[in-house]
Design a protein around this ligand. Structure first.
Ligand SMILES: [Zn+2]
Length: 290
């Protein structure tokens, strides 16, 4: 065990530590709900990682998680972080940097948690309608992610984060203000109020930053909420894509199911291994044996 390993000072170490602690917190909720299998699986989620030291052509050095075994449960904070790593890798491989992208957030009024399934189904239908008209209006592809947070009154706040690919002349000739999106979203959902929407331009590295918004960890304040979310969101898909977005739906499905895809295998030999012990990551080996 090497206590003073430089990895301990890294951003990645911090994030893995925080998520592991959050996962243990959620696992305890499952235990209190009597769902011991879910609890056990989450407690055993990602107890070890192989880590690689990466140096990019630009000289940028960072640590990267190389392989792991995860519990694959929707509400596991560690699995959610791993999803964002995978999505980032997928976007890096697939996205055309020279294209223009927008990050669009579409919301709807908060609903009772027991109405989440109905509400997300409505949003999904609304999005189909929205996209049907948007694709004829200078947008050429999308990657959509469903996020659900819970407000202080215990109501659900389902919303979409959407990476929208635009035609080349969009910002010069066809730019649409935020009101265009909120009006179109209102119409698509047949609402009697104007929903809140946000739009911002993303390019280059900013595109990778989107994965942060697309897979933010959910907050579960108590077991009761977790139990309803479990029931309401069972089988609801988080990601979808459309148009010319160069990301395959099957890869998104793999990410959703917690499966690995090939880019993960391509990172070469890991440099060392870390193991979770009580409340900390221990670095086990500097160098793996040949
Ligand atoms: Zn997990």
């Amino acid at each position: 065990m090497i206590e003073s390993h430089p990895f301990k000072l890294s951003n990645l170490h911090q994030r893995l530590r925080q998520r592991k602690q959050q996962s243990i917190f959620v696992a305890k909720m499952y235990y209190e709900l009597g769902k011991t299998i879910k609890c056990e699986r989450m407690l055993n989620c990602s107890n070890e990682f192989y880590i690689s030291k990466v140096e990019e052509e630009s000289g940028l050095k960072f640590y990267s998680v190389n392989s792991w075994s995860q519990c694959k449960q929707r509400h596991c904070p560690m699995c959610q972080l791993l999803k964002s790593f995978k999505l980032r890798a997928l976007l890096k491989k697939s996205i055309l940097i020279e294209s223009n992208y927008l990050l669009l957030t579409l919301t709807i009024k908060n609903c009772e948690l027991s109405e989440l399934r109905k509400t997300t189904e409505l949003m999904s239908e609304g999005w189909s309608k929205f996209w049907k008209s948007a694709k004829n209006d200078c947008f050429i592809g999308y990657l959509r992610s469903l996020e659900i947070s819970v407000d202080q009154e215990g109501k659900g706040h389902p919303h979409y984060h959407i990476l929208l690919q635009t035609e080349e002349n969009y910002f010069k000739e066809k730019y649409k203000p935020n009101t265009w999106f909120s009006d179109r979203w209102k119409y698509s959902l047949n609402l009697d109020y104007t929903p809140i929407t946000w739009i911002s331009k993303v390019k280059g590295n900013g595109l990778m930053e989107c994965t942060k918004y697309i897979t933010k960890p959910s907050a579960y304040c108590n077991g009761k909420i977790l139990e309803i979310l479990d029931k309401e969101l069972d089988g609801i898909h988080s990601y979808s894509r459309g148009g010319k977005m160069k990301v395959k739906q099957e890869d998104l499905d793999k990410i959703e199911r917690g499966e690995k895809f090939e880019s993960q295998e391509r990172q070469g030999k890991p440099d060392f291994k870390i193991e979770w012990k009580t409340n900390s990551w221990n670095v086990k080996q500097w160098q793996l044996p040949e």
